[in-house]
Design a protein around this ligand. Sequence first.
Ligand SMILES: C[S@@+](CC[C@H](N)C(=O)[O-])C[C@H]1O[C@@H](n2cnc3c(N)ncnc32)[C@H](O)[C@@H]1O
Length: 245
Amino acid sequence: MALAEFAGIQPGASVLDVGCGPGALAGELVRRLGAPLVSAVDPSQPFVDACRARLLGVEAALASADELPFGDDTFDIVLSQLVVNFMRDARAGVREMTRVARPGAIVASCVWDYAGEMTLLRAFWEAAREVDPERAAAADEGVVMPWCGEGELAELWCGVGLRDVRFGALRVSAPYAGFEDLWSPFLAGVAPSGAFCRSLDETRRAALRERLRRRLGVGDDPFELHARAWAVAGTVVSDDDSRRH
Ligand SMILES: C[S@@+](CC[C@H](N)C(=O)[O-])C[C@H]1O[C@@H](n2cnc3c(N)ncnc32)[C@H](O)[C@@H]1O
């Protein structure tokens, strides 16, 4: 997976996945490192349960990024994938991720480029603005999500004292069996886009569905969509090093 590559995970490293959700990234970490070296936290109990059920042997705990249940200097790598923009206090969250990482460890994250090259959500919010302009403009993740502009994560990383900060773009693609495969998760109400979709009356929801389908130019045949995420990685310095700078 792209973030694991970007962070430069080496065999034998102990890794914490912050905001693991049901375990997409943690699963990749288990494949690379083995379950005993992987820990994961999420503030949502259903996600922690799903992660535990899916990844036997992974230590998965209920916790928020700004209050991690681990001692100082515990991990070789601390990651969070598509999470920083959901943290109520991202500076506190990243400071805490840094605290539990050893001197020399890597702290790395990525967030969707919601306002730019995130094809699915850009098409969704542009279609939504045609159906319910005011409410869509107020909920559009490209407008409301913090830390998702180019370079913003790097500022956050430098601001908490991480060194040798690298910033870059990760490009990913997702396959769909057909338009229905893409549309049905919106109806479950997950994420701001799903919540917006669910809040519409039936007529407007049907209009949104049709406008989204037309914007994407897809039908019942399989297709792929591309997206860009912004990624950042920085190195933890020891207290002695930080005093010298
Ligand atoms: C978009 S999901 C990403 C899940 C997973 N990292 C992945 O890549 O599939 C965002 C996750 O962030 C979690 N989250 C929200 N606020 C958080 C916080 N303050 N600290 C840690 N995780 C948080 C949510 O519970 C959710 O699992």
